[in-house]
Ligand binder design. Sequence first.
Ligand code: DGL
Length: 255
Amino acid sequence: MTAINQQAPIGMFDSGVGGVSVLREAVRQLPGEDFLFFGDTKNAPYGTKSREEVLALARRAVEELLSRGAKAIVIACNTATSAAAADLRARYADLPIIGMEPALKPAHQLHRDGIVLSLATPGTIAGEKYAVLYALWGDGVVNLPCPGLMEYAERGELTGPGLQAYLKNLLAPYLGSKVEAVVLGCTHYVFLKDAIASFFPGVPLIDGNEGTVRQLIRRLKEKDLLSARREKGQVTFLSSGGEDAVNMMKRLFSL
Ligand code: DGL
C-alpha cells in the first residue's frame, strides 16, 4: 500500500448523530487519523424503515464516502449493519468494512439468574443477524425495540421530562427485576446513557463502541492502512440534513 492510501480518511456513517459516539471513541484510539463522518439526517430514522430501504440508503452513504477518498468504512449504526453489511462487503471486496452489533456477547458474561435488557431499534431486533446473535447469547435477554428513542439524541435532548417519561414507560415492567446488564444496541442510545442508567443504579450499560474501534484497528493493520502520522488528524462532518444537523453532530462530538 502506498503512503497516499495510509493518509486517506476513515469514512463513517450513521442515520444521524448516533455514530458520533463511535467517532469519539475512534478519535480517542486513533488520534493521528483523518475521519469523514456522514450523518444521513434527512433519511433518519433507519430503525423503523424496511431492510430494503436501509440497504439502499447505506449503499448511497458508502458511495458518498468513497467519492471523498475513504480508505475504510465504519458502519456506525447497528441497524444499517444488519441491513447492509453483507451486501456492502460483497460489493467492495477489498475495502475494510467494519460493522456493529448489539453487545449481547459481553452482556452474556454478566448473566447469572437475572435478566439482561437489550435496547435496539425495531429494525435491528427484527433482523436475521440479530436472530443469530440471540440464538448464541440470548439466554436471559429481554429484547426491547425502542421506536422513537433515537429522536431524543437527534434533538440533543439528553435529559428532561420527555425522555424520562419515554424511558419510564419502556422500563417500568423491569424495575422490580434483577437486571444484570443493559445493552445499548443502537449508537444513538450511548448519548442517552446517563438517563437510562438512572433507572438501574450500579448496573453495567454495555455498548459496542470500543470493540468496534478495536476491530477497525485490526483491519487497518492487516491492510497496512494505519496512518503513521504523529500530529492530530482532522474530523470532517457531512450530513444530508444541512447545517443544523452538522452543528448538532459537532456539539455531541465535543461532549
Ligand atoms: N444509530 C442507529 C443504530 O445504531 C439507528 C438509529 C435509527 O433508527 O436510525 O441502530
